[in-house]
Ligand binder design. Structure first.
Ligand code: FMN
Length: 179
C-alpha cells in the first residue's frame, strides 16, 4: 500500500492503517506500507525516459525493485485541489514497466470523498497499463476532521468498511484469475 500524502500533519498513515486492518481481516493477502516520505526521488536527475527502464540513479533502481516486488498495489490518497498529491505523481512517473499489468486499488479521501482525485489517478493508471479495480472507496472527511479535529477511523469511517472489503475482494479475485 502506497501512502499518497507526504504532508506534515497528514492523515494518510491513519487512514492507510485502517484500510490495511480491514484488508487483513477479509483476505489472506500480505500488505506492506510504502511511505513516499522514505523514498527520496528527485524529479530531474534521470536522463533517460522511464519507459526504457535504464536507470542511472541508485534511488530509482531501488524504487524499481520495490515496485517490481509487489504483486499488486493499493494507493490511499487524499484529494488536493481536485487532483492527487504531486509526490504521488512523481513516484508514479519515476517508473513505467514496473506498474504495467499490476492490479490497483484506489482509495481516496477528502471533503467529498476525493472522487475527482480518484478519477485522475484512474486515468494515469490506465496510461501505465495498470488493472484498476472497479470499486474505488472514497472516504468523506467532515469539516471538523479537515480542520484538524480528532479522527477515529473505526467510528468515523464505519459506513465505508463494506466498500473497502468489496474492493479488496475484487482485487483478490482479479489476482487469482491472473494465475
Ligand atoms: C493542498 C491541499 C488541497 C486540498 N484540496 C482539497 C480538495 O480539493 N478537495 C477536498 O475534498 N479536500 C481538499 N483538501 C483537504 C484534504 O482532503 C484534507 O486536508 C486531508 O486531510 C488531506 O490529506 P492528508 O492529511 O493525508 O495530507 C486539501 C488539503 C490540502 C492540504
Amino acid at each position: 500500500m502506497i501512502l499518497g500524502s507526504t504532508r506534515a500533519g497528514r492523515l494518510c498513515p491513519t487512514i492507510g492503517k485502517w484500510v490495511i486492518d480491514i484488508a487483513r481481516s477479509c483476505t489472506s493477502l500480505d500488505f506492506e506500507t510504502i511511505d513516499l516520505r522514505d523514498w527520496h526521488l528527485p524529479t530531474d536527475d534521470e536522463p533517460g525516459i522511464p519507459a526504457l527502464g535504464k536507470y542511472e540513479k541508485d534511488h530509482t533502481r531501488a524504487w524499481s525493485r520495490k515496485i517490481s516486488s509487489a504483486a499488486a498495489i493499493v494507493i490511499v490518497t487524499p484529494q488536493y485541489n481536485w487532483g492527487y498529491p504531486a509526490p504521488l505523481k512523481n513516484a508514479l512517473d519515476h517508473l513505467y514497466r514496473e506498474w504495467n499489468d499490476k492490479s490497483l486499488v484506489i482509495v481516496s479521501y477528502g471533503g467529498h470523498g476525493g472522487n475527482k482525485c480518484a478519477a485522475q489517478l484512474r486515468q494515469v493508471a490506465d496510461g501505465l497499463h495498470m488493472r484498476t479495480i472497479k470499486t474505488m472507496p472514497a472516504i468523506d472527511l467532515t469539516d471538523e476532521i479537515i480542520k484538524g479535529g480528532p479522527v477515529d477511523p473505526v467510528r468515523d469511517f464505519a459506513n465505508h468498511v463494506e466498500t473497502v472489503r468489496q474492493a479488496i475482494g475484487e482485487l483478490e479475485a482479479q489476482m487469482q484469475q491472473a494465475l
